[in-house]
Design a protein around this ligand. Sequence first.
Ligand code: HEM
Length: 487
Amino acid sequence: MWILAIIITILYSFIMILVPRRPRFYPPGPRSLPIVGNLISVWFGLMKLKDHYRLWRSWTQIYGDVVGLQLGFINVVVVSGKDFIKEVSSREVFDGRPNGFFYMMRSFGKKIGLVFADGQAWSSTRRVILKYLKSFGYGSRSMETYISEECTALVNHLRGSCQPVGVNEMFDVSVINILWRLVAGKRYDLKDVRAKQLCTLIKRCFKVVDMSGGILNFMPFLRYIIPGPIGYTEMMEIHDILYKFIRETIKEHEANIDVQNPRDVIDAFIIESIENKTDAFSDEELQVVCLDLLEAGMETVSNTAVFMLLHVALNSSVQARLRHEIDEVVGGRAPVLADRARMVYTEAVLLETLRISSVAPVGIPHMARDDARLGDYIVPKGTFLLLAMYDLHNGDHWKDPHVFRPERFLTKEGNLVQHEWLMPFGTGRRRCIGEVLARSELFLFLTYLLQNFHLLLPEEDPKPSTEPVNGVSLSAAPFRLTFKQRR
Ligand code: HEM
């Protein structure tokens, strides 16, 4: 009997160590059960509402802009509203990234790279990679040339097709090409099988879980019991293939590097690592940085571009006005980024797309690096913070949030409005590093395509839905368009 008592005491103490600390002023939220916390409510909630962002919204409506949850052994706070989202994004104490298993299993079990690292290591990697990206063309004419070349290739590719085209994968290889030319000095043909396979893998891995990391994060020991159903097996398989591709690319660079003439980000990193033998320039760090750029930079832009075409095709008056502006400002020559200054309507369409599609529905989770006050509440050290970006962009504040209306970003005089409720790339210290690239890509994709084609919904297809499909980033449900060449 006493042996049983000892075992129960040990088990209880072990569980108590794992169960997160919840101070008296922890934010309010649904009632939690011992050990599993709110996981069961999340499970039932998802069965009813389907998508995570809808579930977080339903709880925000009950508990307010700061909702406190306990998911398995982890405290999670969902933060909504412009002011709280800005506060979390701007305070250093909240600029950590989660220690969760899901986030680290893709980076050799370590907190390295750009997206899920934090502290000193993250800030120096972010600085160095931004410096390299800029020196190989990021934000300059070279980047514009890469984007224009991809737009031309895409237009030529579509010219040959009189049949309706599936749009959901249309931008994938072009987007990878632009990024990969900066990072690895390489581009692929739009029909290249391996490039297409890589894009499919990245997209698949973004559908296995949502940004909270799911059960894999909150009860990681389950990977030993049910690795398949909780997504562990698939995530590992996908990352094995992605890392194989990245390692091959790095090896090719090492084989013919000229230390006096770096060609791209990978070369610059390898050259620095020859002199600087610290962890900051390790081989693993370079691999994770490459993976971060591929994963953060591909699906987000590709999915936003797809939503953009969907809304333009569904709204014929928007399409006509866009075409009119393109004809007036650009005419028959190739569009350039400098045209943006005179193309306010096109810019408004981009802003409205970024708002309504909000492909990063909870951004990338932050983590409290210490106990911190947020509004009337205390957020304990180690808490994950999910920022309800989808709601910020689709909430009642916008009056008619579900209507695609670019005019909301224009003043009566026809000038562009910088709306403080719109932050698709986040804000503060962890703001997206790909914003300049993403905005430039979206502008040139749209202008090149509408300069050359009428976008038509095939009559034989059902009207496509604008409801997003859930995942780490939101995507449009499959649909097709006919690209009818303009005279
Ligand atoms: C429409 C396209 C994109 C959207 C909507 C988007 C959105 C975001 C958001 C919301 C964050 C998180 C900000 C935060 O933690 O508070 C982020 C971070 C990040 N994005 Fe993007 N992004 C896009 C394109 C890109 C591209 C093209 C790249 C590649 C160059 C990129 C690379 C990154 C990286 C590396 C981070 C992590 C930054 C850090 O933690 O320091 N993103 N992005």
